[in-house]
Design a protein around this ligand. Structure first.
Ligand SMILES: Cc1ncc(COP(=O)(O)O)c(C=O)c1O
Length: 298
């Protein structure tokens, strides 16, 4: 069976380095607010191409803290547009920040704030709201993502840059926003912090993200066209079915391929660094066959 995702494959060649990074933190006796987090913040800001990064405890917290930083002193009811086709965690971030989500297919102009989501790792349009927080949880390594606005990132283990547990970050070019997020982090808003072990592990993995994303692109090039356009890191490779998903999952399983359904009407194919050529071939053959049944074609 081709697994939907196997995180041990990309980790295996880095195992000694990761173990050494963890051992370094354990020996240091500094587990929070230490040099690993500080170094990771500088390295991740440079990777994204922005001035400031505040490492936090998850992508959801990154969204909530970034939004709270923007809502402060706004004096409005914090009406916040986010796309209809998105991810429940985005809404959770808005609720946690005590904002009022307004969902729609496109930005209607009525909301002061907007949280566009780069779903599946594909760059989406950024609406002309007064303040924007990009949900970049799925968009690590996508050219243009999080460059012009405050952005929230997730290092949930399955993300293109994944920690060994929960972790996230807020990036911004606005020093005041960075300061406000930092002020929320240790007090006032939950735990909020990234710990030293996660930062040390992320520092080992960050230099490999672009190579892993290229590997994902090479895998995706064998799969049927799914109609999505624009820059992407192939965080997920969804296929859409006009007539509903029906028995499609079982057909993939019968072909020896584990697939996954997410929040919208899609089936995601295995697409992760470390897949073997034989696995990619098997997924591609099954996908072409299942998708090409005429009554299913989008
Ligand atoms: C689009 C999107 N936004 C937000 C999140 C929340 O990130 P986390 O799970 O790190 O809280 C995720 C991932 O889980 C996500 O995919």
């Amino acid at each position: 069976m081709v697994p939907f995702l196997d995180l041990t494959r990309a980790l295996a060649p880095l195992r000694a380095e990761i173990d050494a990074a963890i051992a370094r933190v354990v020996s240091s006796g500094r587990f929070l607010n230490g040099p690993e987090v500080e170094a990771f913040e500088a390295e991740f800001a440079a990777y994204v191409g922005v001035d400031h990064c505040v490492a936090v405890s998850s992508g959801t917290d990154a969204l909530a803290m970034a939004l709270r930083a923007h809502y402060q002193n706004s004096g409005s009811n914090c009406s916040t547009w986010t796309p209809q086709t998105g991810c429940p965690a985005t809404l959770a971030g808005i609720f946690l920040a005590q904002g009022h989500p307004v969902q729609g297919d496109t930005y209607g102009g009525g909301s002061e704030f907007a949280v566009p989501v780069h779903l599946y790792g594909r760059l989406s349009d950024v609406p002309p709201a007064k303040a924007v927080v990009e949900d970049c949880a799925q968009a690590i390594g996508v050219p243009g993502a999080g460059v012009r606005h405050t952005a929230a990132w997730s290092f949930y283990p399955t993300k293109n840059l994944g920690a060994l547990g929960d972790a996230g970050a807020v990036t911004t070019n606005d020093i005041d926003v960075a300061k406000r997020v930092r002020a929320l982090s240790p007090y006032g808003y939950g735990p909020g912090r990234m710990d030293e072990i996660q930062a040390a592990v992320l520092r080992v993995k960050l230099p490999h993200v672009d190579r892993w994303n290229s590997e994902r692109a090479a895998i995706a090039s064998h799969y049927p066209d799914n109609g999505l356009r624009g820059p992407t890191n192939h965080h997920l490779y969804p296929l859409f079915f006009e007539k509903g998903i029906g028995g499609v999952e079982k057909e993939f399983l019968d072909a020896g391929v584990q697939v996954r359904r997410y929040f919208n009407d899609e089936i995601c194919l295995p697409c992760f660094p470390g897949m073997t050529d034989a696995e990619v071939e098997r997924v591609a053959a099954a996908a072409h066959q299942i998708l090409n049944e005429p009554w299913r074609r989008l």
